[in-house]
Design a protein around this ligand. Sequence first.
Ligand SMILES: [Zn+2]
Length: 385
Amino acid sequence: MKEMKEIQEIIQSYSMVHLNKCPVCVGENIMPWHRVNGWILKECSCCGFVFLDPRPDRSYYKNLYDPLSQYEYLVDGVQYMKKEKDFIDAYNNWLADIEKMISKGTLLEIGSALGYFLEAARRRGWEVYGVEVSSGGVRCCKERYGIDVFCGEIKEAGIPSGYFDCIVTLHTLEHVYDPMELMSECYRVLRPGGLIVIEIPYLKSVDARNSNVLDDIPMHLNFFTVETLEMLLNRAGFVCLEIAKGENLQIYAKRAVNSQSIHDKSKALSVYERMLSTGEEFFKKGLYLESLRMFNIMKDLFENDAAILNNIGAVLWAIGEQEQAMRVIEHALKIDCRYWDGLINLIHMQRQVGRDLVTHQYVKLFGGEYSDNVWSRKLQEIAEA
Ligand SMILES: [Zn+2]
Protein backbone atom coordinates (compact mmCIF):
# COMPACT_ATOMS: atom_id res chain seq x y z
CA MET A 1 0.00 0.00 0.00
CA LYS A 2 1.25 3.42 -1.01
CA GLU A 3 0.05 5.16 2.19
CA MET A 4 1.79 2.69 4.47
CA LYS A 5 5.02 3.19 2.53
CA GLU A 6 4.71 6.98 2.92
CA ILE A 7 4.10 6.64 6.64
CA GLN A 8 7.14 4.42 7.00
CA GLU A 9 9.24 7.01 5.15
CA ILE A 10 8.00 9.74 7.50
CA ILE A 11 8.71 7.59 10.53
CA GLN A 12 12.22 6.87 9.32
CA SER A 13 13.18 10.46 8.49
CA TYR A 14 11.43 12.27 11.37
CA SER A 15 11.20 11.33 14.97
CA MET A 16 7.67 10.57 16.06
CA VAL A 17 6.25 12.26 19.11
CA HIS A 18 3.90 10.53 21.56
CA LEU A 19 1.65 12.96 23.42
CA ASN A 20 0.30 10.56 26.07
CA LYS A 21 -2.10 13.26 27.22
CA CYS A 22 -4.90 15.35 25.80
CA PRO A 23 -3.66 18.62 24.23
CA VAL A 24 -6.85 20.40 25.27
CA CYS A 25 -7.56 19.29 28.86
CA VAL A 26 -4.24 17.48 29.66
CA GLY A 27 -6.29 14.44 30.75
CA GLU A 28 -4.15 11.29 30.69
CA ASN A 29 -6.94 8.85 29.99
CA ILE A 30 -6.79 8.69 26.19
CA MET A 31 -8.08 5.82 24.07
CA PRO A 32 -7.57 4.78 20.44
CA TRP A 33 -10.52 6.18 18.49
CA HIS A 34 -9.92 5.28 14.85
CA ARG A 35 -7.23 4.21 12.41
CA VAL A 36 -6.79 6.06 9.12
CA ASN A 37 -4.24 4.80 6.57
CA GLY A 38 -2.02 3.46 9.33
CA TRP A 39 -2.26 6.59 11.51
CA ILE A 40 -3.85 6.39 14.94
CA LEU A 41 -6.38 8.94 16.18
CA LYS A 42 -7.11 9.07 19.87
CA GLU A 43 -10.01 10.37 21.91
CA CYS A 44 -9.73 11.91 25.35
CA SER A 45 -12.05 10.09 27.78
CA CYS A 46 -12.34 13.23 29.84
CA CYS A 47 -13.26 15.92 27.27
CA GLY A 48 -13.91 13.96 24.05
CA PHE A 49 -11.25 15.72 21.95
CA VAL A 50 -9.96 13.71 18.94
CA PHE A 51 -6.30 14.10 17.85
CA LEU A 52 -3.42 12.42 16.05
CA ASP A 53 -1.10 10.52 18.39
CA PRO A 54 1.69 9.62 17.74
CA ARG A 55 2.61 12.29 15.19
CA PRO A 56 5.73 13.48 13.31
CA ASP A 57 7.80 16.06 15.21
CA ARG A 58 7.49 19.79 14.54
CA SER A 59 10.37 19.90 12.03
CA TYR A 60 8.36 17.68 9.67
CA TYR A 61 5.62 20.32 9.51
CA LYS A 62 8.04 23.21 9.15
CA ASN A 63 9.50 21.58 6.01
CA LEU A 64 6.08 20.63 4.73
CA TYR A 65 4.63 24.14 4.88
CA ASP A 66 7.71 26.18 4.09
CA PRO A 67 7.83 26.32 0.26
CA LEU A 68 5.53 28.48 -1.87
CA SER A 69 4.72 25.36 -3.92
CA GLN A 70 2.42 24.15 -1.12
CA TYR A 71 -0.13 26.71 -2.41
CA GLU A 72 -0.35 25.05 -5.83
CA TYR A 73 -3.25 22.84 -4.78
CA LEU A 74 -6.48 23.20 -6.71
CA VAL A 75 -9.61 25.04 -5.59
CA ASP A 76 -12.53 24.49 -8.02
CA GLY A 77 -10.01 23.34 -10.63
CA VAL A 78 -7.73 26.39 -10.35
CA GLN A 79 -4.54 26.70 -8.30
CA TYR A 80 -5.07 28.48 -4.97
CA MET A 81 -2.23 30.83 -5.90
CA LYS A 82 -4.24 32.05 -8.91
CA LYS A 83 -7.55 32.49 -7.06
CA GLU A 84 -6.63 35.87 -5.60
CA LYS A 85 -9.66 37.81 -6.84
CA ASP A 86 -12.22 35.17 -5.82
CA PHE A 87 -10.83 34.90 -2.32
CA ILE A 88 -10.44 38.64 -1.77
CA ASP A 89 -14.04 39.22 -2.97
CA ALA A 90 -15.36 36.51 -0.64
CA TYR A 91 -13.34 37.83 2.31
CA ASN A 92 -14.55 41.34 1.57
CA ASN A 93 -18.14 40.17 2.08
CA TRP A 94 -17.19 38.26 5.18
CA LEU A 95 -15.44 41.31 6.65
CA ALA A 96 -18.60 43.37 6.12
CA ASP A 97 -20.34 40.87 8.45
CA ILE A 98 -17.47 40.93 10.97
CA GLU A 99 -17.69 44.73 11.06
CA LYS A 100 -21.29 44.43 12.26
CA MET A 101 -19.90 42.73 15.39
CA ILE A 102 -16.85 44.92 16.02
CA SER A 103 -15.62 48.28 14.78
CA LYS A 104 -12.61 48.44 12.49
CA GLY A 105 -9.22 48.64 14.15
CA THR A 106 -6.24 46.30 14.43
CA LEU A 107 -6.53 42.82 12.92
CA LEU A 108 -4.23 39.82 13.25
CA GLU A 109 -4.45 36.79 11.01
CA ILE A 110 -2.81 33.60 12.25
CA GLY A 111 -1.90 31.38 9.32
CA SER A 112 -2.16 34.18 6.78
CA ALA A 113 -1.01 31.99 3.82
CA LEU A 114 -0.61 34.24 0.72
CA GLY A 115 -2.27 37.19 2.47
CA TYR A 116 -5.67 37.26 0.73
CA PHE A 117 -7.60 37.94 3.93
CA LEU A 118 -5.08 40.52 5.16
CA GLU A 119 -5.25 42.35 1.85
CA ALA A 120 -9.07 42.32 1.85
CA ALA A 121 -9.04 43.73 5.40
CA ARG A 122 -6.36 46.33 4.59
CA ARG A 123 -8.42 47.61 1.64
CA ARG A 124 -11.35 48.11 4.03
CA GLY A 125 -9.25 50.22 6.39
CA TRP A 126 -8.08 47.70 9.00
CA GLU A 127 -4.53 47.92 10.35
CA VAL A 128 -3.34 44.39 9.56
CA TYR A 129 -0.63 42.04 10.80
CA GLY A 130 -0.01 38.38 9.98
CA VAL A 131 1.74 35.33 11.36
CA GLU A 132 2.57 32.45 9.03
CA VAL A 133 4.95 29.47 9.29
CA SER A 134 5.54 29.26 5.52
CA SER A 135 8.43 31.47 4.39
CA GLY A 136 7.13 31.09 0.80
CA GLY A 137 3.76 32.48 1.88
CA VAL A 138 5.35 35.33 3.84
CA ARG A 139 7.50 36.34 0.86
CA CYS A 140 4.57 36.22 -1.55
CA CYS A 141 2.41 38.38 0.74
CA LYS A 142 5.20 40.97 1.01
CA GLU A 143 5.78 41.04 -2.77
CA ARG A 144 2.12 41.15 -3.81
CA TYR A 145 0.70 43.45 -1.13
CA GLY A 146 3.62 44.97 0.75
CA ILE A 147 2.22 43.53 3.99
CA ASP A 148 4.78 42.41 6.58
CA VAL A 149 4.03 39.04 8.11
CA PHE A 150 6.01 37.37 10.88
CA CYS A 151 7.43 34.03 9.72
CA GLY A 152 7.07 31.50 12.51
CA GLU A 153 4.66 30.68 15.30
CA ILE A 154 2.67 33.30 17.18
CA LYS A 155 4.48 32.80 20.50
CA GLU A 156 7.76 33.80 18.78
CA ALA A 157 6.28 36.89 17.10
CA GLY A 158 6.67 39.27 20.05
CA ILE A 159 3.18 40.73 19.77
CA PRO A 160 2.22 43.15 22.56
CA SER A 161 -0.49 42.05 24.98
CA GLY A 162 -3.99 43.39 24.44
CA TYR A 163 -3.01 44.96 21.12
CA PHE A 164 -5.54 43.56 18.65
CA ASP A 165 -9.25 44.25 18.22
CA CYS A 166 -9.79 41.18 16.06
CA ILE A 167 -8.04 37.87 15.32
CA VAL A 168 -8.93 35.71 12.36
CA THR A 169 -7.61 32.19 11.92
CA LEU A 170 -8.94 30.17 8.98
CA HIS A 171 -8.13 26.51 8.45
CA THR A 172 -5.14 26.73 10.74
CA LEU A 173 -6.24 25.39 14.11
CA GLU A 174 -6.51 21.85 12.74
CA HIS A 175 -2.82 22.02 11.77
CA VAL A 176 -1.26 23.34 14.95
CA TYR A 177 0.67 21.22 17.37
CA ASP A 178 -0.72 22.73 20.52
CA PRO A 179 -4.20 24.28 20.10
CA MET A 180 -4.40 25.31 23.77
CA GLU A 181 -1.12 27.23 23.55
CA LEU A 182 -2.38 29.01 20.41
CA MET A 183 -5.68 30.00 22.04
CA SER A 184 -3.92 31.25 25.17
CA GLU A 185 -1.73 33.48 23.00
CA CYS A 186 -4.85 34.72 21.20
CA TYR A 187 -6.34 35.62 24.58
CA ARG A 188 -3.19 37.49 25.57
CA VAL A 189 -2.89 39.60 22.41
CA LEU A 190 -6.60 40.48 22.09
CA ARG A 191 -8.03 43.44 23.94
CA PRO A 192 -10.82 42.73 26.46
CA GLY A 193 -13.96 42.15 24.42
CA GLY A 194 -11.88 41.65 21.25
CA LEU A 195 -13.30 39.28 18.62
CA ILE A 196 -11.82 35.99 17.40
CA VAL A 197 -13.10 34.33 14.23
CA ILE A 198 -12.16 30.71 13.62
CA GLU A 199 -12.93 28.45 10.68
CA ILE A 200 -11.98 24.77 10.64
CA PRO A 201 -13.13 21.52 9.01
CA TYR A 202 -16.07 20.16 10.91
CA LEU A 203 -16.12 16.79 12.62
CA LYS A 204 -19.87 16.44 13.09
CA SER A 205 -19.64 14.05 16.03
CA VAL A 206 -17.28 11.64 17.72
CA ASP A 207 -19.22 8.88 15.93
CA ALA A 208 -18.32 10.28 12.52
CA ARG A 209 -15.44 7.92 11.90
CA ASN A 210 -16.00 7.82 8.13
CA SER A 211 -15.99 11.58 7.73
CA ASN A 212 -13.86 12.93 4.86
CA VAL A 213 -12.58 15.42 7.44
CA LEU A 214 -10.16 12.61 8.33
CA ASP A 215 -8.59 12.54 4.84
CA ASP A 216 -5.82 15.06 5.49
CA ILE A 217 -3.73 13.18 8.02
CA PRO A 218 -0.97 13.79 9.08
CA MET A 219 -1.35 17.49 8.03
CA HIS A 220 -4.40 17.76 10.23
CA LEU A 221 -3.66 16.97 13.87
CA ASN A 222 -6.82 18.21 15.60
CA PHE A 223 -10.42 17.23 14.87
CA PHE A 224 -12.95 19.44 16.59
CA THR A 225 -16.64 18.92 17.18
CA VAL A 226 -18.76 21.93 18.22
CA GLU A 227 -18.48 20.78 21.84
CA THR A 228 -14.70 20.38 21.92
CA LEU A 229 -14.06 23.67 20.11
CA GLU A 230 -16.33 25.51 22.54
CA MET A 231 -14.56 23.86 25.46
CA LEU A 232 -11.14 24.88 24.12
CA LEU A 233 -12.31 28.47 23.78
CA ASN A 234 -13.92 28.54 27.22
CA ARG A 235 -10.79 27.17 28.84
CA ALA A 236 -8.67 29.79 27.12
CA GLY A 237 -10.93 32.56 28.48
CA PHE A 238 -13.33 33.28 25.61
CA VAL A 239 -17.09 33.69 25.51
CA CYS A 240 -18.66 32.07 22.42
CA LEU A 241 -21.12 34.25 20.53
CA GLU A 242 -22.11 32.45 17.36
CA ILE A 243 -21.48 29.14 15.64
CA ALA A 244 -22.15 28.43 11.97
CA LYS A 245 -22.19 24.79 10.91
CA GLY A 246 -21.84 23.66 7.32
CA GLU A 247 -19.06 21.83 5.57
CA ASN A 248 -16.82 23.88 7.84
CA LEU A 249 -17.29 25.06 11.37
CA GLN A 250 -17.16 28.81 11.99
CA ILE A 251 -17.09 30.20 15.47
CA TYR A 252 -17.18 33.79 16.72
CA ALA A 253 -16.03 34.44 20.28
CA LYS A 254 -14.97 37.36 22.44
CA ARG A 255 -12.02 37.66 24.79
CA ALA A 256 -13.62 37.64 28.26
CA VAL A 257 -12.45 39.69 31.24
CA ASN A 258 -10.89 38.62 34.51
CA SER A 259 -12.95 39.55 37.56
CA GLN A 260 -12.66 38.29 41.13
CA SER A 261 -16.19 39.29 42.01
CA ILE A 262 -18.22 38.39 38.88
CA HIS A 263 -17.59 34.73 38.15
CA ASP A 264 -19.89 34.28 35.16
CA LYS A 265 -17.72 35.16 32.15
CA SER A 266 -20.52 36.46 29.90
CA LYS A 267 -21.88 38.60 32.69
CA ALA A 268 -18.46 40.00 33.60
CA LEU A 269 -17.84 40.90 29.97
CA SER A 270 -21.16 42.65 29.53
CA VAL A 271 -20.69 44.57 32.81
CA TYR A 272 -17.23 45.63 31.60
CA GLU A 273 -18.48 46.72 28.18
CA ARG A 274 -21.34 48.73 29.63
CA MET A 275 -19.16 50.45 32.23
CA LEU A 276 -16.50 51.24 29.63
CA SER A 277 -18.97 52.88 27.26
CA THR A 278 -20.63 54.81 30.09
CA GLY A 279 -17.25 55.99 31.42
CA GLU A 280 -16.20 57.08 27.93
CA GLU A 281 -19.51 58.81 27.39
CA PHE A 282 -19.04 60.84 30.61
CA PHE A 283 -15.52 61.72 29.51
CA LYS A 284 -16.67 62.93 26.09
CA LYS A 285 -19.28 65.15 27.73
CA GLY A 286 -16.63 66.64 30.00
CA LEU A 287 -18.11 65.00 33.12
CA TYR A 288 -14.66 64.07 34.43
CA LEU A 289 -15.63 63.36 38.03
CA GLU A 290 -18.38 60.93 36.99
CA SER A 291 -16.01 59.34 34.52
CA LEU A 292 -13.30 59.02 37.18
CA ARG A 293 -15.77 57.39 39.56
CA MET A 294 -16.78 54.85 36.91
CA PHE A 295 -13.18 53.93 36.07
CA ASN A 296 -12.30 53.59 39.76
CA ILE A 297 -15.12 51.08 40.25
CA MET A 298 -13.84 49.20 37.17
CA LYS A 299 -10.33 49.20 38.62
CA ASP A 300 -11.62 47.34 41.69
CA LEU A 301 -13.88 44.97 39.77
CA PHE A 302 -11.15 43.92 37.32
CA GLU A 303 -8.02 44.34 39.43
CA ASN A 304 -6.32 41.24 37.98
CA ASP A 305 -6.91 42.01 34.33
CA ALA A 306 -3.77 43.82 33.19
CA ALA A 307 -5.35 44.82 29.87
CA ILE A 308 -8.20 46.63 31.61
CA LEU A 309 -5.83 48.30 34.10
CA ASN A 310 -3.74 49.60 31.23
CA ASN A 311 -6.76 51.13 29.56
CA ILE A 312 -7.92 52.65 32.82
CA GLY A 313 -4.43 54.09 33.31
CA ALA A 314 -4.66 55.81 29.92
CA VAL A 315 -8.05 57.28 30.81
CA LEU A 316 -6.87 58.46 34.24
CA TRP A 317 -3.98 60.22 32.54
CA ALA A 318 -6.35 61.91 30.08
CA ILE A 319 -8.53 63.07 32.99
CA GLY A 320 -5.44 64.56 34.63
CA GLU A 321 -4.96 62.01 37.45
CA GLN A 322 -1.33 61.39 36.53
CA GLU A 323 -0.02 59.92 39.80
CA GLN A 324 -2.89 57.48 40.01
CA ALA A 325 -2.51 56.63 36.30
CA MET A 326 1.16 55.75 36.79
CA ARG A 327 0.37 53.52 39.76
CA VAL A 328 -2.33 51.65 37.83
CA ILE A 329 -0.13 51.11 34.78
CA GLU A 330 2.83 49.99 36.89
CA HIS A 331 0.56 47.50 38.62
CA ALA A 332 -0.60 46.22 35.21
CA LEU A 333 2.98 45.88 33.97
CA LYS A 334 3.86 43.83 37.04
CA ILE A 335 1.15 41.36 36.01
CA ASP A 336 2.33 41.35 32.37
CA CYS A 337 5.18 43.52 31.08
CA ARG A 338 4.16 43.08 27.44
CA TYR A 339 1.62 45.93 27.33
CA TRP A 340 3.29 48.08 24.74
CA ASP A 341 0.91 51.05 24.81
CA GLY A 342 0.93 51.00 28.62
CA LEU A 343 4.72 51.15 28.56
CA ILE A 344 4.69 54.06 26.15
CA ASN A 345 2.15 55.94 28.28
CA LEU A 346 4.27 55.31 31.36
CA ILE A 347 7.43 56.54 29.66
CA HIS A 348 5.72 59.79 28.66
CA MET A 349 4.19 60.30 32.10
CA GLN A 350 7.46 59.64 33.91
CA ARG A 351 9.20 62.14 31.67
CA GLN A 352 6.60 64.77 32.47
CA VAL A 353 7.26 64.40 36.18
CA GLY A 354 11.04 64.04 35.70
CA ARG A 355 11.21 60.36 36.65
CA ASP A 356 13.11 59.25 33.60
CA LEU A 357 15.25 56.65 35.33
CA VAL A 358 12.54 54.02 35.72
CA THR A 359 11.85 54.07 32.00
CA HIS A 360 14.94 52.15 30.94
CA GLN A 361 14.23 49.36 33.34
CA TYR A 362 10.86 48.80 31.65
CA VAL A 363 12.17 49.03 28.13
CA LYS A 364 14.76 46.42 29.04
CA LEU A 365 12.06 44.23 30.50
CA PHE A 366 10.09 44.54 27.28
CA GLY A 367 13.17 43.93 25.12
CA GLY A 368 13.80 40.73 27.08
CA GLU A 369 10.42 39.41 25.98
CA TYR A 370 10.51 40.74 22.49
CA SER A 371 12.07 39.91 19.19
CA ASP A 372 13.15 42.73 16.90
CA ASN A 373 9.85 43.83 15.42
CA VAL A 374 7.83 46.93 14.62
CA TRP A 375 6.80 47.35 18.28
CA SER A 376 10.16 46.89 19.94
CA ARG A 377 11.79 49.28 17.43
CA LYS A 378 9.15 51.93 18.04
CA LEU A 379 9.50 51.55 21.82
CA GLN A 380 13.27 51.83 21.58
CA GLU A 381 12.84 54.99 19.53
CA ILE A 382 10.53 56.57 22.11
CA ALA A 383 12.74 55.52 25.01
CA GLU A 384 15.82 57.05 23.40
CA ALA A 385 14.16 60.25 22.19
ZN1 LIG B 1 -9.22 16.12 27.03
